[in-house]
Design a binder for this molecule. Structure first.
Ligand code: PLP
Length: 394
């Protein structure tokens, strides 16, 4: 089976974890600090705070941005559900805006229409690694005095207008889950240029404790900590951070390799009239965390049928990015809400395998099968012998 994704973890990553396990310090400590410093330098942000995952990063971003009960946060529904959930964690309401169907990223024009006196923030997502139009959202946030928060869960190593994602705004949240381009097993990071946010994030991730374990441990004076506010245990371990440091050293190479595979897919599929391929506009550089193809209305095979045929041929695929407003956990929340662009983009797109190092034979096999299946379906349709499966919404 050709997998949909695989983290690029090698001997040196394992060795870093091994060494840390034997170092005597395994929870948040010197490796976390080193990873944060290196991550901040890599992204060009002033500060970075490591966390247990991106969901906890988004939760803390909401808190430091002062978002609370009954506030509204505009975000895309077409995203992994953690995006919208993070807004609900603080008692606020996610207000869903449509996406641009060509990039799957939140549409600034629709987002502006959703602003009300209750709106406190816009939470943009760099969907499957493609940067959103950060400048448009910065301008919108300035115009209406809103906080901009970036869900960059999938976008480590992507860049926008020549700068790494992580450097553009005050709260940028990353994920290091195995489906992401840099992985620590699970893990997350927030980058920020604001010292007040930085200090508060460090407090909040460790129970609101005034002195962290490491400082207390290294002190030659007895230290009594205070717990300054309601905090959480959202720490990253030193074992994860040690792996993260090694992953970061390879990140540019990994992104380059992913982009080469995306290029091969693009070249192979660009002549196929039924497909819409990822759009990378001038100044937008994607890490291709995922490669999604959209099946246009006249495509001779349905999305679900194509996925099944790929599976039969030993090729994993996934449905396109989900929409939160159609999930059971949101049905009561968004009664009757329809987002036709997001729903269509989600229902008609499919994510195909992309990982490093994906052997050339596998790339060729995936390309060959998709092309063949589309051509065969077209021929069969012309002969009137193919029964199309109905398009299943989810
Ligand atoms: C857009 C987006 N936001 C948030 C998350 C949550 O990340 P994590 O699994 O690190 O909590 C994900 C994970 O897939 C994601 O894709």
């Amino acid at each position: 089976m050709i997998p949909i994704a695989k983290p690029y973890l090698i001997e040196e990553d394992a060795q870093a974890a091994y060494d840390t396990i034997l170092s005597g310090w395994i929870t948040q400590g010197p490796k976390v600090q080193e990873f944060e410093e290196k991550f901040a330098r890599y992204t060009g942000a002033t500060y970075a705070v490591a966390l247990s995952n991106c969901t906890t990063a988004l939760h803390l971003a909401m808190i430091v941005a002062g978002i609370g009960q009954d506030d509204e946060v505009i975000c895309p529904s077409m995203s992994y559900i953690a995006t919208a959930n993070s807004v609900r964690y603080v008692g606020a309401k996610p207000v869903f805006a449509e996406v641009n169907p060509a990039t799957y990223n939140i549409d600034p024009v629709d987002a502006e229409k959703k602003i009300t006196p209750k709106t406190k923030a816009i939470l943009i997502v760099h969907q499957i690694g493609m940067p959103a139009d950060i400048d448009a959202f910065k301008a919108l946030c300035k115009k209406y005095t809103l906080q901009l928060i970036e869900d960059a869960a999938c976008a480590v190593g992507s860049s926008y207008k020549g700068e790494q994602i992580g450097s553009h705004s005050e709260l940028v949240c990353f994920s290091f889950h195995p489906r992401k381009v840099l992985s620590t097993g699970d893990g997350g990071m927030i980058t920020t240029n604001r010292e007040d946010y930085y200090k508060r994030l460090k407090l909040l991730r460790q129970h609101g404790m005034s002195v962290n374990d490491r400082v207390r441990h290294l002190s030659d004076k007895v230290v009594f900590e205070d717990h300054l506010e309601l905090g959480y245990n959202y720490r990253m371990t030193d074992i994860q951070a040690a792996v993260g440091i090694k992953q970061l050293e390879k990140l540019n190479w990994i992104v380059e390799k992913r982009r080469q595979i995306a290029y091969l897919y693009h070249e192979a599929f660009k002549q196929m009239p039924w497909l819409r391929l990822p759009l990378e506009e001038e100044g937008y550089i994607s890490n291709y965390q995922s490669y999604a193809i959209y099946l246009k209305k006249d495509c001779p095979i349905s999305r679900n049928e194509l996925m099944q045929k790929l599976l039969d041929a030993g090729i994993a695929s996934r449905r396109g990015v989900m929409t939160a407003h159609r999930e059971t956990a949101y049905l009561g929340y968004c009664k009757g809400l329809q987002l036709p662009v997001s729903e269509d983009a989600s229902d008609r797109s499919i994510i195909i395998p992309l990982y490093v190092p994906m052997p050339e034979e596998e790339i060729t096999y995936v390309i060959g099968h998709i092309k063949n299946m589309l051509s065969m379906a077209e021929n069969e349709n012309c002969n009137g012998s193919l029964t199309l499966l109905p398009e299943n919404n989810q």
